[in-house]
Design a protein. Structure first.
Length: 461
């Protein structure tokens, strides 16, 4: 996460036999300087994202422990009809409107009835937990978003996403995601291109080294192991961001990579980009018959059955199992006849839509369950380690006073125009697509120019 300029001539380097000017020799000072500035100035945002991400990786287990009473019930020999369980939830909260129900997928799990009630925060509903065997309401909690996050996980998720600061807080996470891939790729190139006598020390830290070299060896080796995961987190994190995320959505729409959704208008099967909301509607044939119709089409738990969005609209039944192998099939069931009017199978998604779905679920720790969450925790710990080691190198190189010595400026003058011009155009294009990165990069360059002018004026004085 920091510059390695002062250790560039350490003893683990083999002197080059010649001084021929190569593209990498010209680019290396630029990469070093960018890695230094990005590492020192962006690392605090990355550190916050890594620490809160580590908390989120453990939030699923925390949720299961904290809300064990609500989420579980003694497994009975028989279960009440789903309509009776929904009726129990309605009786407990008559002032609310039932919007959906998630039947217990396994014995010992409660049924979750989602109730829309005035006064709740945006994207939040009441989750009423009903014992499938007895109809007893075991508790009521706020449920956030389509993932159904309960209060403790929702709190951690909001902390990771925007630090509980609202929309302005999202800038921190977008800035971190925008720069993470740059820092990771820059560090990878610097580490792999580094000359060394023992190639084993490319992937394994040099324990025989001491001081700054030892820290650099650990920094580079850990970064090499973590780089693919960090690139994945950066790419998937940007899809949720405010500004870059909007550009990602536009790009996906232009390339027809959008995620399809089922047509709940009651007509033939169709896919489109809008996802209708679910509000109160007529009960129609009833939830039991709707569940039977979905089961006849091969849908199985965990399921969510959403009430009609409006009068005349169908029920929407969808699988919500996001672990691999993903089960996300959906059917629309006519509220008056109980007939399936539309189907959408996950197998029919385009490859791009599937990759987007898997990427988001992998970022959230859902795709591979506990293994996924362990990998995310390991990545978070790895990123924290890289940041700490990077700051340690910077601090040890830091003079008694001042910010610290980055790689000397002016390296761009040695880059051939045939290479510099495309890189500049690429930087502009990336800065437009990732606005916060573009703004902060321009700020870095502005500060660097001012520091250079100050140093020149001081030398002339």
């Amino acid at each position: 996460m920091t510059s390695t300029a002062d250790v560039g001539n350490s003893v683990d380097h083999v002197p080059a036999p010649s001084r021929e000017r190569t593209a990498w020799a010209a680019l290396r000072p630029l990469v070093l300087r960018l890695h230094f500035y990005a590492g020192v100035l962006i690392a605090p945002f990355l550190l916050v994202a890594a620490c809160t991400g580590l908390m989120y990786a453990a939030s699923y287990q925390i949720e299961e422990v904290v809300y064990q009473h609500e989420l579980t019930a003694p497994a009975g020999k028989t279960s009440l009809p789903l309509s009776a369980q929904v009726a129990a939830a309605r009786a407990a909260h008559p002032q609310g409107t039932v919007t959906a129900v998630r039947p217990g997928a396994e014995p010992g799990q409660t049924t979750r009835v989602l109730v829309n009630q005035p006064g709740l925060p945006e994207s939040t509903q009441l989750a009423v937990f009903v014992d499938p065997s007895t109809g007893q309401v075991r508790g009521t909690l706020e449920s956030y978003g389509s993932s159904g996050a309960l209060p403790v996980r929702a709190w951690i998720s909001t902390l990771h996403r925007q630090l509980h600061l609202g929309e302005p807080g999202r800038i921190y996470s977008e800035l971190a995601a925008s720069w993470l891939w740059v820092v990771a790729l820059g560090g990878l190139v610097l580490w792999v291109a580094r000359r060394r006598r023992n190639r084993r020390h490319l992937i394994v830290p040099d324990r025989a080294a001491g001081g700054l070299r030892r820290t650099l060896s650990w920094h580079g080796s850990v970064g090499l192991w973590a780089v693919l995961g960090l690139l994945f987190l950066s790419a998937t994190g940007l899809t949720w961001s405010k500004y870059a995320g909007a550009n990602v959505d536009e790009l996906r729409a232009a390339l027809d990579w959008t995620t399809p959704s089922i047509d709940v208008s009651g007509g033939d099967h169709a896919a489109h980009t809008a996802t209708p909301g679910h509000h109160a509607g007529g009960a129609g044939v009833g939830v039991d018959r709707v569940a039977q119709a979905a089961a006849a089409k091969g849908l199985s738990g965990p399921l969510e059955i959403a009430w009609p969005a409006k009068s005349g609209a169908p029920y929407l039944v969808k699988e919500i199992d996001k672990t691999a192998p993903t089960r996300l099939d959906q059917v629309a069931v006519d509220a008056a006849t109980g007939q399936v009017t539309a189907e959408l199978r996950f197998a029919d998604y385009s490859l791009a839509a599937k990759l987007a779905r898997w990427g988001i679920d992998g970022h959230m720790g859902l795709l591979f369950g506990l293994v996924n969450q362990i990998l995310l925790a390991a990545l978070a710990i790895g990123l924290i380690t890289l940041i700490v080691l990077g700051y340690r190198m910077w601090w040890r190189r830091r003079p008694t006073r001042g910010f610290g010595k980055p790689y000397p400026r002016g390296g761009w003058r040695n880059v051939p125009w045939a290479l510099l011009a495309p890189l500049a155009l690429l930087a502009v294009a990336v800065g437009i697509f990732l606005p916060l990165m573009g703004i902060s990069l321009a700020a870095f360059l502005g500060v660097d120019v001012l520091l250079g002018l100050r140093a020149r004026l001081g030398a002339q004085a």
